[in-house]
Ligand binder design. Structure first.
Ligand code: SF4
Length: 387
C-alpha cells in the first residue's frame, strides 16, 4: 500500500511564511524561471537547477542537500515516497512538518476528497463521517484543481457526501469544467441532494463534458436500504435524485456494495433496477472494503464471496437480460463463476491494491483485481484457488 501522507524527516525553511501549502512537483531542469518560483523540484542527482520554490529529496538522496542552492527551502522525505514524480501535487503542512500527496500524475486512480461530512452513517462506510467544520478542504480543492495537468484522463470526487455544501460543490464542478474540460469525472454521492430539482438544474447547467455520478442503492426494500445507510427516508430521496438527474440527461451509475445484508435481496434489487431504472448508464456490483465502520460491524457484514458466487451470477444475469451496462468490482477472479468474467473489472485503486500470499503462484494474477490492502490485513476468503 502506498504511503500518501506522513512526517517529513528533515525540513529547511528559509521563509516559513512563503505560501507553499500546495505545491506542484517538477523533475524538469528546463522550466522557465517564472514557473520554477511556484513549484518544487524533485532532486535525484547532482544537477540541481536554481530558482525553485522548494526542493524535495528522498532520504536515500539526502547527501545531495549540500549541493542545493544556499538559500533553498527543502524537505527530506522517507523513501516511502519514491513514487512521487513529475506533475504530482503535494500539500506541505503550515509548520512544514508533514506532507500529503494529493494528486499523482502517473495514476489513473486519483480521487479527491471534498468533505468528511455526510448525512448517511453507512454500516460499511470506509471513510467514517465527521461533523467538524472542514470547509478548509473545499478551499484546498479549489486551489488544487488548477494545478492538475490538463491531460489528466480521469478524476474522482468523493467524501463524505460531496454535495454537503451545495454551493461550494457547484463551484468546484464549474472550476473542474474550466480547468479540466477533457477529463472524465466520476462523483461519488448518495444522491439525496439531487432530489431538489433546483440544485439538480444548477448541476446540469454546468454541462461537464464527461461526468458520471455514482449513487449507491443497497436494497429494493426501502427499510433495508435505510437501515444499511442509517438514515430514514434515504431510499425515497435517492431514487428521486436519480430520476431528476436522468430527466436532465446526466450520467448516473448505481453502485451496490455486496455484504451479508445486501446480498439477501441482490437478485430482487437487480430486478428492481432493471424494471424501474433501466435508463441508468452503469450498474457496479462491488465487493466489501475492510475499512472504517466495516471492521466494527464485521459480524453483521462479512460474507465469504464463495458463498454468494451463484447469487452474483444470477443477479448479473438479470441485469444482462435487460441489456444493462454492468461491472463487477473488487472481487477475486477465483471466487466468481466464469459467467462473471465478461463483467469483471480490475477496479481497486493502485495505491491500496494488494495480493494475498496464496496468489504468488497464480497464473492469472495479472487478470485478477486482487484485494484491498485492508482485506489482506484483516481477513479474506479461505477458498482462494490459484489458477
Ligand atoms: S489466487 Fe489470488 S491472484 Fe489468483 S485469482 Fe485468486 S485472488 Fe486472484
Amino acid at each position: 500500500m502506498l504511503k500518501l501522507g506522513g512526517k517529513i524527516i528533515r525540513i529547511h525553511a528559509v521563509d516559513v511564511h512563503k505560501d507553499l501549502t500546495l505545491v506542484k512537483v517538477s523533475t524538469s531542469r528546463n522550466l522557465p524561471e517564472v514557473l520554477r518560483r511556484q513549484m518544487a523540484y524533485l532532486v535525484s542527482d547532482h544537477q540541481i537547477p536554481q530558482g525553485f520554490a522548494h526542493y524535495l529529496l528522498l532520504e536515500k538522496h539526502r547527501q545531495l542537500v549540500d549541493m542545493l542552492p544556499s538559500d533553498a527551502d527543502y524537505s527530506v522525505l522517507p523513501n516511502d515516497y519514491s513514487y512521487i514524480g513529475d506533475n504530482d501535487v503535494v500539500r506541505l503542512s503550515a509548520d512544514r512538518q508533514r506532507i500529503r500527496v494529493l494528486f499523482r500524475a502517473s495514476s489513473p486512480h486519483n480521487s479527491i476528497l471534498i468533505t468528511e461530512q455526510c448525512n448517511h452513517y453507512c454500516l460499511m462506510c470506509s471513510q467514517p463521517p465527521k461533523v467538524a467544520d472542514d470547509s478548509w478542504i473545499l478551499d484546498e480543492v479549489e486551489s488544487l484543481i488548477p494545478l492538475i495537468p490538463k491531460d489528466t484522463r480521469e478524476l474522482g470526487f468523493t467524501g463524505g457526501e460531496p454535495t454537503t455544501n451545495r454551493e461550494r460543490f457547484l463551484k468546484i464542478i464549474s472550476l473542474t469544467k474550466s480547468y479540466l474540460p477533457r477529463t472524465t469525472i466520476h462523483i461519488l454521492s448518495n444522491g439525496r441532494s439531487f432530489k431538489d430539482p433546483a440544485f439538480t438544474d444548477k448541476y446540469a447547467e454546468i454541462k461537464l463534458p464527461d461526468a458520471m455520478i455514482g449513487i449507491p442503492i443497497y436494497s429494493d426494500d426501502p427499510t433495508l436500504h435505510d437501515y444499511i445507510v442509517q438514515a430514514q427516508g434515504a431510499f425515497d430521496e435517492t431514487i428521486q435524485g436519480i430520476l431528476n438527474l436522468k430527466r436532465l440527461g446526466q450520467k448516473v451509475e448505481i453502485r451496490v456494495v455486496i455484504h451479508k445484508l445486501s446480498v439477501q435481496r441482490l437478485p430482487e434489487l437487480c430486478e428492481f433496477i432493471a424494471r424501474n431504472l433501466l435508463f441508468v448508464d452503469h450498474v457496479a456490483l462491488m465487493g466489501l472494503e475492510m475499512m472504517g465502520f466495516t471492521r466494527a460491524n464485521l459480524d453483521e457484514l462479512w460474507v465469504d464471496p464463495i458463498e454468494y458466487k451463484d447469487t452474483l451470477s444470477k443477479s448479473v444475469g438479470i441485469l444482462a437480460k435487460y441489456d444493462m451496462n454492468i461491472s463487477v468490482y473488487n472481487h477475486q477472479l477465483c471466487l466468481v463463476n466464469p459467467d462473471i468474467h465478461p463483467y469483471y473489472r480490475k477496479s481497486i485503486s493502485d495505491w491500496k491494491n494488494e495480493y494475498a500470499p496464496e496468489c504468488q503462484s497464480c497464473t492469472k494474477k495479472s487478470d485478477c483485481g486482487g484485494f484491498f490492502a485492508s482485506g489482506v490485513k484483516f481477513g479474506y476468503s479461505k477458498h482462494l484457488a490459484p489458477f
